[in-house]
Design a protein around this ligand. Structure first.
Ligand code: SME
Length: 160
């Protein structure tokens, strides 16, 4: 049984604890789906004020839904569409304060108000994206982005 209780007072400690928990979960496990599933569960449980946390995978240059925590979501997203597709097309993280102000935002859950999408790159190739949604506007700050980028740098090599 894994029983992580991660509730740090500050972001730096939170993401450091999350990184070491994630390293423990994926150590020695080569299966990408299992690793994404545990990462989604860990992040979804540990980060406050999220309504969706999960992955879209790069399948032949289309984003296809992967393991996640939250409501059922759009299954396929073209590169360039919405927040996830923009992250995939540009290979740049997308931190969106207000999704309703983002041109082409794809509303999978009407409750989502802000979003953070981090591309997952392994040796320069896009493996997929991490997508976090929050019902709170402006939920994600630069520390969340940096923390999630670090988590995805750890996870990426275990996804292929
Ligand atoms: N809002 C995303 C779609 C995925 S869901 O939020 C889970 C987007 O615009 O790409």
């Amino acid at each position: 049984m894994y029983d992580f209780k991660i509730a740090a007072a500050d972001s730096a400690t939170l993401y450091r604890d999350l990184a070491s928990a994630l390293e423990g979960l994926i150590a020695g496990e080569p299966d990408p789906i299992a690793n994404m599933a545990n990462a989604a569960a860990l992040i979804g449980e540990s980060l406050p004020d999220l309504n969706w946390a999960g992955f879209y995978r790069n399948v032949d240059s289309e984003l296809v839904l992967g393991p996640f925590q939250g409501r059922p979501a759009c299954i396929r997203i073209n590169f360039g569409s919405g927040v996830c597709g923009t992250a995939a097309a540009t290979l740049q993280p997308q931190r969106v304060e207000d999704v309703n102000a983002f041109p082409g935002h794809i509303a999978c859950d009407a409750a989502s108000a802000s979003e953070l999408v981090v591309p997952i790159l392994v040796e320069g190739e896009l493996v997929g994206v991490l997508d976090l949604d929050s019902p709170d506007r402006g939920r994600f700050d630069a520390e969340d982005q940096a923390g999630c980028e670090r988590l995805m740098a750890l996870l990426g090599p275990r996804l292929r």
